[in-house]
Design a protein around this ligand. Structure first.
Ligand code: ASP
Length: 416
């Protein structure tokens, strides 16, 4: 730590990343889509490198983490705490979204006719809760890994870690050694990739700014304000309060330690692509043990999405308001519940949250060409909102890891 403080600011990675963000924003605004097209490959290459690490990282970290937790009872306790944290924070986020959407009422009088839509990414959405549960169990773990089915891979890795814990000492230590060494190798690889972050982030931000039309912002300004206001409240008020109350952690220390993953989540719009960076920061800077971070973070990146949950709720209320439909209290509660499920089922990739909004809309019977038109208009400004909600998603995961580590007796977490 003292070494890092002795380094001039411009040589510290997070400052380089923030500078790249500022330069990218300026380049995108001045150069427009033409310049953005020319540099977008830098961002694409960086994201590919990060994504390259995800599958081996999840496998090695979850298996070694779960195997080191201890017996079934310890795993059960961790599971309970982790899930309670995921559900409570997602619900809190949804309530923040609900309050903001009802207070600002961004959809009332929104003129969406002139806003051009885009093409929604093709993402398969689960059709029911049972379907969602079934999909979590892969029939073939290799196929799950090959197709990037992270949740399936996590489920297999947890079970493998549990089985490993029951092996005789000799067999266990041999196999565990392989997974632990594999995990360390992935961390080294991540540290190498992250050095390219300033270039990657420059490409990503330039293309995000260069390809988002300002016109759409004018029509959807109140909606954007509702979502960002809600996200900012959750990020700067709700989660810090939880850090203080549940973890006795100073929020600003946690923010400082999480600067790199936050910048990365914001630039890539993907919790999954950010996962290697999150794991590195939570272990090496926040100081959470691998035993806990490998349990909380990969699963958190795939199912704990506070920002997305908030967005689903605010987005659906916006659509109802734009259509002139008053949602009753009971219907709003249904939105809360389905927003929670939709956020759990959302893939950790760009724009997935907007695709999942159809599930929540369906629950309150909002469908038809007009709804499609509004979602199309929302797509026009989805990128910046996606950047913000992904940062919130990642921050909630890291807060969870820190709070759970504290509750498990780890006293060196987030030391000032
Ligand atoms: N992009 C978000 C994430 O990866 C998901 C979303 O679209 O809300 O966390």
């Amino acid at each position: 730590m003292s070494d890092e403080r002795a380094t001039p600011w411009y040589r510290r990675l997070h400052w380089q990343i923030f500078t790249a963000m500022a330069l990218g924003a300026a380049a995108g605004a001045i150069g427009g889509s033409e310049f953005a097209d020319r540099v977008s490959w830098m961002g694409a290459l960086f994201v590919r490198l990060l994504r390259m690490v995800i599958v081996p990282l999840v496998l090695t970290s979850v298996v070694s983490g779960v195997a080191s937790i201890g017996g079934g009872r310890d795993v059960g306790r961790m599971f309970g705490k982790t899930f309670a944290y995921y559900i409570v924070t997602s619900l809190l986020a949804i309530l923040v979204g609900l309050v903001f959407a009802n207070a600002i009422r961004p959809g009332v009088g929104a003129e969406l006719g002139g806003v051009g839509g885009g093409v929604l990414p093709a993402i398969e959405t689960p059709t029911s809760i049972v379907d969602m549960l079934l999909r979590m169990v892969p029939t073939n773990p290799l196929a799950a890994a090959a197709s990037g089915d992270i949740l399936g891979l996590i489920v297999f890795s947890i079970l493998l870690g549990l089985a490993l814990g029951r092996l005789p000492d000799d067999a266990r230590s041999r196999l565990l050694g392989v997974f632990e060494a594999g995990f360390q190798a992935m961390m080294v690889l991540t540290s190498g990739i992250i050095r390219l972050a300033p270039f990657g982030v420059f490409g990503l931000i330039t293309s995000a700014v260069g390809s988002t039309g300002l016109e759409a912002f004018r029509a959807l300004g109140w909606y954007a304000l509702t979502v960002t206001g809600g996200l900012a409240t959750h990020l700067l008020l709700v989660l810090p309060l939880l850090l203080i109350l549940l973890g006795r952690i100073r929020p600003w220390v946690h923010f400082r330690n999480m600067a790199e993953p936050l910048a990365m989540a914001f630039s890539t719009s993907s919790s999954a692509a950010t996962l290697p960076v999150t794991m590195r920061a939570v272990e090496q800077k926040v100081g959470v043990s691998n035993r806990i971070s490998s349990f909380v973070l990969p699963m958190g990146a795939t199912i704990n999405m506070d920002g997305t949950a908030l967005y689903e709720c605010a987005g659906v209320l916006f659509i109802a308001q734009a259509l002139g439909i008053e949602l009753s209290f009971a219907k709003q509660m249904l939105v809360v519940l389905t927003a929670l499920l939709a956020s759990i089922g959302t893939a950790a990739i760009p724009s997935a949250g907007l695709v999942m909004i159809f599930i929540v809309l369906e629950a309150v019977e909002l469908r038809g060409p007009q709804v499609d038109l509004i979602v199309g208009a929302m797509l026009a400004i989805d990128r910046p909102l996606d950047m913000a909600r992904t940062a919130v998603n990642v921050f909630s995961d890291s807060c969870g890891a820190a709070i759970i580590a504290r509750s498990e007796g780890e006293t060196t977490v987030d030391l000032p």
